[in-house]
Ligand binder design. Structure first.
Ligand SMILES: [Zn+2]
Ligand SMILES: [Zn+2]
Length: 443
């Protein structure tokens, strides 16, 4: 399938919905920036555009972008987001307010940056009701064309709705020169799809939740490129890097057209979000999103394998209350989410105890499953995080005990049902968890 033909279109899908892809173009080549000026001039009413970057992304691509736009009809201005206590800016309400207060009025925003800058500009552009373009400076995450902003508000990790970018630009040279950890993080984030789409199928099967096969299949041709050639990511092979960048982009398209993060986010993301929330709560630092997600994805795949090996399931009880000792001052917000999920456990146990249902679920989940071994091999060979100790948490390697506690509690922070919940019902969490973690993420 030529994915590019989908961009900017509305089409009827087999899932029964009409899908609209608001992002009209994705330019990835050495000449990608030659498309900037024509893109800006094709947007009606743009007399002024505002580049937003931080000092790093400005050096990586901002300067180049500025030059390309200088001779156009629209005035170009630059706003540099200041560093936060000597480090890269963060996507939080404080920084958003600072941009709103200090950045000049504009007709078009141009985000130069992948993670934080993209989230901040998406947020500000949405509040100012102006379109934005994204210039990616790293293949580090899958938010480019998603409508979601991932930010912290008053210290709490939240996801909310805005508008995706009108067009995305990057060059192989810029992605190659980005810090390698960012690329490895992008790989971890995109590999999550192999387990998160199983979680999505699980929700469809159990609760008849909306599911779109088409958006899961969007990455079908791209996934084997990096899964089968992870060394290509480490050595920055052009074909592997292109596949990774396109997969990140189309993973964000999948979230936008379905209106949910389900195609790209399941139990593994809850583990990463929990690590982030603990860091925010206690004023420490956490690792890159995709590095945490990648490690957690290996564990989710291993959990799926354990679950699918069960012939005759026996369902037990899950805790009725969240662990105050673990969540501390986050207990009230998490408890509110968990309460919504509690009634679902009984329903799941009842429905999966009906004759034939368990076998049907196993067959359904087995198709398209990528093994834990394959995920681990891919991350390891690519030079990405793949063990507990690879994850930085409070400026030290994450400990086994902390990870175990996170995995036992992460399911409580969102209503969404994931493999973590199924494993809880089956008693695999906590009974098999220590062995799985030692076997897959130790060493
Ligand atoms: Zn669909
Ligand atoms: Zn992610």
């Amino acid at each position: 399938m030529d994915h590019q033909t989908l961009l900017g279109t509305t089409f009827a899908c087999d899932c029964g919905r009409q899908h609209t892809v608001p992002t009209g173009a994705m330019h990835y080549s050495s000449e990608a920036f030659d498309h900037l000026l024509p893109t800006v001039e094709a947007i009606p009413g743009v007399a002024h555009c505002l580049l937003i970057a931080d000092s790093r992304t400005y050096a990586a691509a901002g300067q180049l972008v500025e030059e390309k736009l200088r001779h156009g009809r629209a005035a170009v201005e630059l706003f540099l987001v200041p560093d936060c206590e000597g480090e890269s800016p963060v996507a939080d309400d404080k920084t958003k307010d600072l941009i709103l207060a200090r950045a000049p009025i504009t007709d078009l925003f141009i985000a130069v940056g992948s993670g934080v800058i993209n989230d901040l500009v998406k947020w500000v552009a949405f509040l100012r009701r102006k379109p934005y373009l994204c210039v990616a400076t790293a293949a580090s995450m899958n938010g480019y064309a998603s409508a979601n902003v991932a930010a912290s508000i008053a210290g709490l990790k939240v996801l909310f709705h805005a508008e995706p970018c009108l067009a995305l630009f990057s060059t192989p040279e810029i992605l190659r020169d980005a810090p390698f950890n960012l690329t490895a993080s992008g790989l971890g984030d995109v590999l999550a799809k192999t387990v998160s789409s199983a979680d999505w199928k699980l929700n469809h099967f159990l609760f008849n939740d909306y599911y779109c096969r088409f958006s899961v299949d969007l990455l079908k041709d791209l996934e084997p490129v990096y899964l089968n050639n992870p060394v290509g990511i480490r050595t920055q092979d052009p074909a592997a890097m292109r596949a990774l960048f396109e997969a990140l982009f189309f993973s964000s398209v999948a979230m936008t057209i379905t209106g949910t993060s389900s195609p790209a986010s399941g139990g593994e993301h809850l583990i990463s979000h929990t690590l982030d929330m603990l860091a925010a709560r206690d004023g420490g630092r956490h690792d890159l999103h995709g590095r945490q997600v990648g490690v957690a994805s290996i564990l989710m795949a291993a959990l799926y394998e354990k679950v699918l090996a069960i012939e005759c399931p026996v369902f037990g009880e899950v805790p009725r209350q969240v662990d105050e000792h673990f969540w501390g001052k986050l207990t009230p917000v998490v408890a509110k989410e968990y309460e919504k999920k509690l009634p679902r456990y009984r329903r799941v146990a009842d429905s999966l105890s009906r004759p034939g249902t368990w076998q049907r679920l196993r067959e359904l989940l087995r198709t398209d499953m990528v093994s834990a071994a394959k995920l681990k091999n891919c991350l390891a060979k690519a030079g990405a995080a793949h063990r507990i100790g690879d994850i930085d948490h409070f400026d030290a390697p994450l400990t086994r005990d902390k990870l175990l506690a996170v995995v036992r509690n992460a399911n409580q922070m969102r209503e969404r049902f994931t493999i973590l919940d199924l494993a809880m019902l089956l008693g695999l969490i906590p009974d098999a968890l220590d062995d799985l973690v030692d076997g897959w993420l130790g060493g």
